[in-house]
Design a protein around this ligand. Structure first.
Ligand code: FPP
Length: 236
């Protein structure tokens, strides 16, 4: 086993930022930046999972993104349906299981239907997981988990003394391991409410590249950087 294959992160997160700027720089509508971003996700996503990463979590749409223009939100919702119904073939072909994290409301019923169908169609796939965060917020995820915990406690289903990091994670949208490597494209140095619980000890890289220009090669550069880091998890 070479050095690279020994230290592959189990869980990678990507904040796919810069679609709008990519398009504006070319005199195109912001929506075309999202379309280009969706092609990038398909190409690099497969590459990342083929490298041996077990889970890839991507930030597709935040709860706050509903504040964008109606035109952009509608375009994105239709793009998601298109991706989930037709273009996710590559993920299906590569035996990837697709799951979603986020709130259902106020997503349109046709978007929810496309999400449910993709989850159903890929539920038995075994070569990695693509976790799509859609209508997602990290603080919202913690609030929603707290509400579920309160209900279980009220119904006598939860002994509070047994609540720990692992059992808390079971109340999140999906029970996933921690994010080892977080990549945010476009040179912005923020985590913007992405997977707060899972990112407690993530290593982070912030390439300047706008997401539509992000390539498998650039993922490999981020991976090399990750492999040089010394993860201490609060120890010495
Ligand atoms: C952030 O860039 C990107 C988004 C809000 C949307 C991300 C969506 C995709 C990449 C489409 C494909 C995804 C799936 C899961 C089908 P921005 O618009 O904030 O860019 P800016 O900062 O340059 O304005």
């Amino acid at each position: 086993m070479n050095k690279e294959s020994k230290n592959i992160p189990d869980h990678v997160g990507i904040i796919m930022d810069g679609n709008g700027r990519w398009a504006t720089k070319r005199g195109l509508s912001r929506s075309l930046g999202h379309l280009e971003g969706s092609k990038t996700l398909e190409k690099t996503g497969i590459h990342i999972l083929k490298k041996g990463v077990k889970i890839l979590s991507v930030f597709a749409f935040s709860t706050e993104n509903f504040k964008r223009s109606e035109e952009e939100v509608t375009y994105l919702m239709n793009l998601f349906i298109d991706m989930f119904t037709k273009k996710c073939k590559e993920f299906k072909k590569n035996n990837v299981k697709v799951i979603f994290s986020g709130r259902k409301s106020p997503l349109r019923s046709d978007v929810l239907d496309a999400m449910d169908k993709l989850v159903e169609d890929t539920k038995n796939n075994t070569k990695g997981i693509l976790n799509i965060c859609l209508n997602y917020g990290g603080q919202e995820e913690l609030i929603d988990a707290s509400k579920k915990i309160a209900i279980d406690y009220q119904n006598g289903k939860l002994d509070l003394d047994t609540l720990n990091k692992e059992s808390f994670a079971k109340y999140l949208y999906n029970d996933l391991p921690p994010i080892d490597l977080l990549i945010r494209t476009s040179g912005e140095y923020r985590i913007s409410n992405f997977m707060l619980y899972q990112m407690a000890y993530s290593e982070m890289t912030f390439p300047d590249t706008l997401f539509p220009d992000f390539t498998p090669k650039e993922f490999d550069i981020a991976l090399e950087e990750y492999q040089k880091r010394n993860r201490r998890f609060g120890g010495v």
